[in-house]
Ligand binder design. Structure first.
Ligand code: KIV
Length: 280
C-alpha cells in the first residue's frame, strides 16, 4: 500500500526511519516497488545521471513529466515524488501551481518537490492549496549551484545554521509534508529534525534525519563521473554491467553467440525447397 502524507508523519512520530531512492524509469520503478521503500523520487538529478548534463539547470518540465510517467507506471505500491525543475516555480505562484499540477496530472506523481526556504513559501502554500502534497528541499540546493558558487556543504556558520533552521520551520508552516536536507552538518540536521513535526529526509545530512535518500546509480556503483563523500556503494553494478558487455562483445566476435538455444528453426523441407528455387 502506498504511503500517504499522514502515514509518513505517523512513521516519524513512531521513530520509524523513512526510505527513499531516486528513480527515473519504469523497469527500475518496478524493481524498487517490490522492496517496500516509502518513497521514490524522480529527481531532477536525472539531468546528471540519465542525460549527462553537468548540473540540473537544463532539465525541463518535458523531461520531468516523461520520466515521472514512466516511474508512476512501475510504482504501484510506492509514493512517487517528482522534482519541479529550475524556473518552473521560481517565477511565481501561478507557474508553480500549473507545473506542479502537470507533474501530477500528466506524470501521475503523488507529490512534488521544490528547492528553497522562506523565498518559496508562497509557492508551497499555493501548491498545497491546490491539493498537491509538497516536499521542500534545503541545504545544498543544486538548482542554485551558480548562486552558491559550487556544490558545497551548507549551514556551517552560526548565521547559516540559524537560516537553515528558520527556513525549515517556514516550509513546515507553509504546508510542506517533508523536507529533504542535502549536504548539511549532521548535528544541525539532527537539531532541525527534532524541531520539526514533519519528517526530514537526509542526503549527506547524517543519521539524525527521519529518513534517507540516495541517487540510486550512486548507491549501486554505476555512476563514476564523481563520488560524493556521503554515498555508500551497496553494490558494484557498474562492474557487473561492464563485464557483461565485454562477454557479449567477445561471444559475438568469436561466434559462440548466438548458439542453437537462441535461434528460431524452420522445417528442413521448406529450406530445401527455397534453396532449390534460389539455384534455379
Ligand atoms: O534530484 C535529486 O535527486 C534530489 C536528491 C539529491 C534529493 O533532489
Amino acid at each position: 500500500m502506498k504511503q500517504t502524507v499522514q502515514t509518513l508523519r505517523e512513521k516519524k512520530q513512531q521513530g520509524e526511519k523513512l526510505t527513499m531512492l531516486t528513480c527515473y524509469d519504469y523497469l527500475t520503478a518496478k524493481l524498487m516497488d517490490t522492496v517496500g521503500l516509502d518513497l521514490l523520487l524522480v529527481g531532477d538529478s536525472l539531468g546528471n545521471v540519465m542525460l549527462g548534463y553537468e548540473d540540473t539547470i537544463s532539465v525541463t518540465m518535458a523531461d520531468m513529466i516523461h520520466h515521472t510517467a514512466a516511474v508512476a507506471r512501475g510504482a504501484k505500491n510506492t509514493m512517487v515524488v517528482a522534482d519541479l525543475p529550475f524556473l518552473s516555480y521560481q517565477t511565481g505562484v501561478r507557474d508553480a501551481v500549473i507545473n506542479a499540477g502537470r507533474l501530477m496530472k500528466e506524470g501521475r506523481a503523488n507529490a512534488v518537490k521544490l528547492e528553497g526556504g522562506a523565498v518559496v513559501c508562497d509557492q508551497i502554500r499555493a501548491i498545497v492549496n491546490a491539493s498537491i502534497p509538497v516536499v521542500a528541499h534545503l541545504g545544498m540546493t543544486p538548482q542554485s549551484v551558480n548562486a552558491m558558487g559550487g556544490f558545497k556543504v551548507q549551514g556551517k556558520s552560526l548565521e547559516d545554521a540559524r537560516k537553515l533552521l528558520s527556513d525549515a520551520k517556514a516550509v513546515e508552516a507553509a504546508g510542506a509534508f517533508a523536507v529533504v536536507l542535502e549536504c548539511v552538518p549532521a548535528a544541525l540536521a539532527s537539531l532541525v529534525s527534532k524541531q520539526l513535526t514533519i519528517p526530514t529526509i537526509g542526503i549527506g545530512a547524517g543519521a539524525g534525519c527521519d529518513g534517507q535518500v540516495l541517487v540510486y546509480q550512486d548507491m549501486l556503483g554505476m555512476f563514476s563521473d564523481y563520488q560524493p563523500k556521503f554515498v555508500r556503494q551497496f553494490a558494484c553494478v557498474g562492474d557487473v554491467m561492464r563485464d557483461a558487455f565485454v562477454q557479449y562483445k567477445e561471444a559475438v566476435q568469436d561466434g559462440t553467440f548466438p548458439d542453437a538455444a537462441h535461434c528460431f528453426t524452420i522445417a528442413e523441407e521448406t529450406m530445401a525447397q527455397l534453396e532449390q528455387e534460389v539455384k534455379a
